[in-house]
Design a protein. Sequence first.
Length: 610
Amino acid sequence: MSRLEIDSPKRARIVMEELYKDLERRIESSPPGLCPVEMSRAFLELCHAQTCGKCVPCRIGLGQLSYLIKDVLDGKATMETLDIMEKTALSIMESADCAIGYEAAHMVYKGLIGYRDDYEEHIRNGRCTCTYSQPVPCVSLCPAHVDIPGYIALVREGRYADAIRLIRKDNPFPTTCGFICEHPCEARCRRNMVDDAINIRGLKRVAADFAGEVDPPACAPSTGKKIAVLGGGPGGLSAAYYLQLMGHQATVYEMLPKLGGMLRYGIPNYRLPKERLEEDVNSILKTGVEVKHGLKIGQDITIQDLRKQYDAVLITIGASTDKKLGLEGEDADGVLSAVQFLRNVGRNEIMDLSGKEVAVIGGGNVSMDAVRTAKRLGAKKVSIVYRRRVADMTALSGEIEGAVAEGIELQTLKAPSSIKVNDKNHIEGIYVKPQMVSSIRDGRASIKPTGEDDIYIPCDILIVAIGQNIETRHFEEAGIPVERGKILTKSTGTFENMPGVFAGGDCASGPASVIKAIAAAKVVAANIDEYLGYRHEISCDVEIPEARLDDRTPCGRVNLTEREACERVCDFEGVENCMTEKEAKQEAGRCLRCDHFGYGIFKGGREKLW
């Protein structure tokens, strides 16, 4: 009788898995735009170093491929070299005895097919198609290009006010972003290669909480120029802030009673306490920005009138109207738009949902805000209805987890098909069509109906959160080009037929994150400055600490804690707790200071869209 043996992983498989994980960490921690040919060479050499050398395909073939790729990178190759590489790779794939040889050759072969242009560019012109000056990864991923390593170093030294001053050079909403920024900067943090990304947003929150009141920098001498800014949201206020610092008089026109736009009227208080938003708004107003409330474009004022009164006009109205489901019965009582629902709550027009069942259509951050707000208004049951998977939701993972912790039900792979309305024209429920994943492209699922019968979901209130649009009628009448709900501008934010009129933010790009609106505002403010005949520079006199030379040992990331779900769901007080000072200094100490080590000294530049 033969003995059974435990099936243990073979050495080749173990090595390959380790190589993949190592490469994955390195790619994740690298800035966008790395040369794919160079990445192929690096991975090929990793694999070649780990082969056993038993078979010729691995021992000799991978070495030959490595030499050929080096010839490409060194400018010594010809087009014939690529054909030789392709034949060599196919030969290794067909004859290698282990997974290491096959996968390494397969990676090279796929590269020769998938990004052949990059190989050919190296051969013809001796350069990569993605040639660029390597930025610090976190700064590269930040839409506003905030000096992240700089303010983290300042937080570590306890210089919180200086950290706020440095952030405001590129982002006048440090407190707000400390609460709600989507922190794309963390995605490429080089610390991922050691353990985990730095909690960049959390450290911004620390700086805002511990700094106290920090006055804005002094404005440049007055130029005598006047600019009208339409919209008092993050984009409009940011542009007005930078224009004011440059010496131009900015006047913000806002139709609502208070400034902040969707920050005030779209994001619930539990996520962004409004007294903290006021800190940023007040700092902006201290620069001398003027505000006119209660005036709506196209109704109380027109673009033509403003253009006569001001040297330039900036449109930053944001996306403040909802998209529709397109289903019969959508105008019934009890069917609400998410934007209007959240705006009413922001105005303290509280709806009593005690004992009611609420369904919210959509899977974005607005949807999460709506369901968590409905729960706090006393709803008996709250459900998210989404046509794709949880993995396909555009909401931040932390928002989804927070909603689930508070008792929100996720109903995924269900597409709304019809609305049931009673004889009093009030919604009773919604029918949804079950879906299944047909394919996945770029990580996002394509869906199709399963063919099963529709499912009925009873609800007293239906909230629609499937996207936002802008009000375009007045702009079209004024001759401003509009297409698919967006204002069409040149890359500078200008128009061919209307000199002196600019547009930026959500109204030009479509709904986006707060930090993207701020980044767009900074760019368009610089372009308005140049249109007016100036080239002002926004600077900051904060001295950044020297980089430390001590080793950065592996250390766990400090995450922000939250109030207990059973407690926080009963009110609209802030959910997140800030770090302690000790935690903040430990977390800031994890920063590898890539601006000094590996990427050269980071030099902030003035960004423009040309």
